[in-house]
Write a protein that binds this ligand. Structure first.
Ligand code: EPU
Length: 420
């Protein structure tokens, strides 16, 4: 197992390119199961989670091909098994995304029931009840969700009790080949849901309302092949912007999308950053100033994303003043706080809120990553520390950040990967 060694105290400066979005690439890979024809996916990020999804397709008998430009082509006509085994689901919960496509196209699916994880209990009851409303027979037995339908799924009017990103995606994919119309109310409005919908439309699906809280899908007989380029990763973008603001730096991020980052950009302006935008780039300049603490509350899009909460906590930990951060999406997403306090941060947890009193600088320490975004926040904490920090268990970071140490090195950071 590797760890990262970071020598802090350097302001990030320079330009890097942002990768394709993990959380839209994963459902798009699952969507390739909806057609016999070949789907070419471009701008796939090089991440461990993407490898896991390709492995999952492989164990169903589908062999993705990587071409000379590192695009992936998936022809799912060779599928032999309709199940996602526990060995893969336990390493990546997003494996649940094959449930809707398998059920609607092949009438059967078995997916290991994901357990709780480091950020909360994360049930999938809403995925199951929506598919049942569309006519699926589903039992949860021996740790597996076993689903089947005689003939086709039927369109249905579905109200999601909670906004769920992968729940909306699963139902939207299932509805593409169902009989008649499906309406998803209280649907997730996340840009990754829109990206998936746009890919499905390119495959011949009849979808409208993506990006609003009501998505309407009219089932079609078949979907066909296409080539689709995954949108840029807004969480990777946000992580580098927060790291630059925390280190009083000046960076430019290329191949990204400012239009889907408004909640973060307005908070970074409150922190004191000067921000310039183009169609596909963002430049942030702190002019060497210490950030001001700000308060925020996470919620589904377009509000501040839970996936950037930990990183912003690291920024507030060295900001001037006190900021409070409230987490409303997951019940247990503060594991990073205890590690940051070991580095000299002054953070108190009160229910689902953390109160962060900024200190001048953190002090490097050995720390341990507990999940993907917590790992990113500990790297930011290392970058604003006076001496050396080692971040252990960084397999979490490789799940969701492409070449993170190379990109940070390009921005001037002193960071290296060593075996533990
Ligand atoms: N929920 C239920 N029942 C369900 C589904 C969700 O109670 O059937 C609850 C969850 O426990 C949670 C809330 O609803 O409290 C929202 O969860 P959601 O279903 O939206 O999360 P997800 O689809 O499992 C995706 C991202 C996460 C991101 C969340 C929230 C993917 C592959 N994952 O997860 O990304 O945090 O949406 O935006 O898209 C990450 O990239 O690090 C990550 C965790």
């Amino acid at each position: 197992m590797d760890k990262l060694i970071i020598k802090g105290g350097i302001s990030l400066k320079g330009e890097i390119r942002i990768a394709g979005a993990k959380n839209s690439a994963l459902p798009i890979l699952a969507a390739t199961l909806l057609t016999q024809e070949t789907i070419q996916i471009c701008n796939l990020p090089h991440l461990f989670d993407i490898t896991t999804m390709l492995e999952l397709l492989g164990c169903m008998g589908v062999q993705p091909i990587i071409d000379e430009k590192l695009n992936v082509e998936v022809d799912s006509s060779t599928i032999k098994h309709f199940s996602a085994p526990y060995e893969l689901v336990k390493t990546m919960r997003a494996s649940i995304l094959v449930l809707g496509p398998l059920l609607t196209r092949y009438g059967q699916a078995e997916v290991a029931l994901p357990g709780g994880c480091a950020i909360g209990s994360r049930p999938v009851n809403l995925h199951i009840s929506a598919l049942q409303a569309m006519g699926a027979d589903i039992v949860v037995e021996d740790g597996y969700i076993k689903a089947s339908v005689k003939g086709k799924l039927n369109g249905a009017h579905i109200f999601m009790d909670l906004v769920t990103v992968t729940g909306t995606e699963n139902v939207m994919m299932a509805a593409c080949l169902a009989e008649g119309q499906t309406v998803i109310e209280n649907a997730a409005r996340e840009p990754e849901v829109v990206d998936l919908a746009n890919c499905l439309v390119k495959m011949g699906a009849d979808i409208s309302g993506q990006g609003t809280d009501t998505i309407i899908i009219n089932g079609v007989k078949d979907l066909h092949g296409c080539s689709y380029s995954v949108m840029p990763d807004r969480i990777e973008t946000g992580t580098y912007l927060i790291a630059a603001a925390a280190t009083r730096g000046h960076i430019k991020l290329k191949d990204t999308r400012p239009d889907i980052l408004e909640s973060l950009l307005s908070k970074l302006e409150q922190v004191g950053a000067e921000i310039k935008l183009g169609d596909n780039w963002i430049e942030l300049n702190m002019h060497g100033k210490r950030p001001q603490a700000v308060s925020l509350r996470t919620a589904p899009y377009p509000a501040f994303p839970t996936d950037m909460q930990a990183q912003f906590t690291a920024l507030n930990s060295v900001a001037a003043g006190t900021g409070s951060i409230t987490e409303t999406v997951f019940e247990n997403r503060f594991m990073h706080v205890h590690e940051m306090n070991r580095m000299g941060a002054l953070i108190k947890v009160e229910g689902n809120t953390v109160i962060v009193q900024g200190v001048d600088a953190l002090k490097g320490a050995p720390v341990m990553a507990t999940d993907l975004r917590a790992s990113a926040s500990l790297i930011i904490a290392g970058l604003v520390s006076e001496n050396e920090t080692s971040v252990d268990r960084i397999y979490h970071i490789d799940r969701g950040y492409e070449c993170i140490e190379e990109k940070l090195q390009l921005l001037g950071a002193q960071i290296r990967r060593v075996p533990s």
